[in-house]
Design a protein around this ligand. Structure first.
Ligand SMILES: *Cc1c(COP(=O)(O)O)cnc(C)c1O
Length: 369
């Protein structure tokens, strides 16, 4: 077999999408710096309006991070001590923490073949304490929102969405983030709609929830020095909001670029030992991550590493087995599918500015293993 030349393909490169719109980003930062107004100003309210309108929602409220968005969303819904929230067992740890930080209990449920909450398994996890379902659109693909909405309606539960990885993804013709009572967004730099620091938002059609989060994010006060409740400091700053407004105008284009790379992977990778991601009928993915599954994962990581290809595991330890959640008392083997996924998932390089040559090099290296 002919030798393929080694090429460096890191897992991610955040500098390339910055370079692509560099002038716009730099002009925005300078204009905010010169404005003399740095927190909760016209960039934040402009971004909130534009984000809500892009998604097709009524209200967006900028906060300091994705975790804060979750914490404030559950608090605004009045979910706390003694309450239970259903969440996919393979979700990111922040999803669990957003529930726990309000004193409520996350109740893990196994995911389906699309790595999202398995709707069939929800019924047996419901108790009289269940107050909400958290739908985490993992890796970029929307959950089965039609059936989740129906279950929540039937059982009188709140439906909360975590769109940290799914900005712009669809279920039918509606975007993720528009199905539930309230949706939570993270704009951590590596997300599809990424800031250049920490940032987040909640999105909702309910005016009362938007208003509550607006009050909670700023020390529990709407009117300065009139504090209605004990709140937080979870304000979004003007520089991040300004940069996000620019990134939002390019989000569709950036998502299409990710999709092109993902489709190239899906067409090109042919390895009997690698399981490729699939899409649920009627749901789209914005390919936040391209996650494959392999047995003997470390051998793959080492081999791809030798080829100059970076990979990352999302996520190696499921929350129910993490030390932080020891007190929930779950033992290994409680969620076998989730634990199998944690042993097998591997994310391949996928970033803005990734060339076809780089993508093909990853494909060829995999196919030769
Ligand atoms: C990134 C992420 C979060 C947390 O967002 P931060 O901004 O890092 O706090 C929450 N949920 C999911 C699914 C995420 O991917």
């Amino acid at each position: 077999m002919e030798e393929v030349k080694i090429m460096q393909v890191p897992f991610n490169r955040l500098d390339l999408q910055f370079e692509k719109y560099q002038r716009e980003y730099e002009e925005k930062v300078l204009s905010v710096l010169r404005s003399g107004w740095y927190i909760l100003g016209k960039e934040v309210s402009g971004f909130e309006t534009e984000l809500a309108s892009y998604l097709g929602s009524k209200y967006a409220v900028g906060v300091a991070s994705g975790l804060d968005a979750l914490v404030l969303a559950f608090r605004a819904l009045g979910i706390g001590k003694g309450d239970e929230v259903i969440v996919a067992a393979n979700a990111y740890i922040a999803c669990f923490m957003g529930i726990s930080m309000n004193g409520a209990t996350p109740v893990p449920v196994e995911p389906d073949e699309y790595y999202n909450l398995d709707v069939e398994k929800i019924e047996s996890a419901l108790t009289s304490k269940t107050k909400a379902i958290l739908a985490v659109h993992l890796y970029g693909q929307t959950c089965d929102m039609v059936r989740l909405s129906a279950i929540c309606k039937e059982k009188g539960l709140f439906l909360v969405e975590d769109c940290a990885q799914s900005q712009g993804s669809l279920c039918g013709d509606r975007k993720s983030g528009t199905f539930g009572d309230i949706a939570c967004f993270s704009f951590y730099p590596s997300k599809n709609l990424g800031a250049f620091g920490d940032a987040g938002a909640v999105v909702t059609d309910r005016e009362d929830l938007a208003e509550r989060v607006r009050v909670l994010r700023n020390y529990g006060s709407e009117k300065r020095y009139h504090n209605e409740v004990i709140g937080y400091n979870s304000r979004l700053d003007e520089i991040q909001a300004g940069l996000l407004r620019i990134r939002l105008t390019h989000l569709e284009e950036l998502n299409r670029e990710r999709e092109k790379i993902a489709l190239r992977y899906l067409r090109g990778i042919r390895h009997p030992k690698m399981v490729l991601p699939t899409l649920r009928d009627g749901c789209s993915s914005v390919w936040h991550l391209f996650v494959v599954r392999v047995e003997e994962r470390q051998r793959w990581i080492d081999y791809l590493g030798e080829k100059g290809i970076g990979t990352v595991i999302h996520y190696p330890i499921p929350p129910h087995l993490s030390q932080a959640y020891r007190d929930l008392g779950y033992e290994k083997g409680t969620f076998p599918y989730t634990e199998k996924l944690a042993d097998e998932v591997l994310s391949l390089p996928l970033y803005h500015g990734m060339t076809e040559e780089e993508t093909d090099y990853v494909i060829e290296s995999i196919n030769r293993f």
